[in-house]
Design a protein around this ligand. Structure first.
Ligand SMILES: [Zn+2]
Length: 126
């Protein structure tokens, strides 16, 4: 059975989307992705590496490691939420609507971890 490319509802074989809303949703997603794919990849690459470096630095430069790593995670979380680009394999499996939701949940988790690191550092726990 063929499914709506956006919401995964079952549809007939000559359709791609079950409704205009789903088509609009998909168009918006792909427009956003086309527009911001490049800066997204660059920022993602830089900040993921930054998180790695900060984890390494934490063992001997606690302030730089904790503040830098926490801040980088907060920034990544915000970006993943505003630009919830999902891998194509995920979109293929879950369709767009669910993929965007999963990505936003991951974004919230990344953001929460970053905030937690900063709070723990500034309250003197770590
Ligand atoms: Zn649909």
């Amino acid at each position: 059975m063929k499914k709506c490319e956006y919401c995964a509802k079952e549809i007939s074989y000559h359709e791609m989307y079950c409704s205009d809303e789903c088509q609009d949703g998909a168009n918006k997603y792909y427009e956003l992705r086309e527009k911001y794919q490049k800066p997204y990849s660059i920022i993602n690459g830089i900040f993921v590496i930054a998180v790695g470096i900060c984890i390494f630095l934490y063992s001997f430069m606690r302030d730089v490691g904790a503040i830098g790593g926490g801040s980088a995670l907060v920034i990544l979380g915000i970006m993943y939420f505003l630009l919830p680009f999902a891998p194509d394999v995920m979109i293929h499996k879950y369709k767009l609507k669910k993929s965007i939701l999963i990505t936003k949940i991951i974004a919230a988790v990344v953001f929460a971890i970053g905030v937690t690191v900063l709070i723990l550092y500034f309250t003197g726990v770590i």
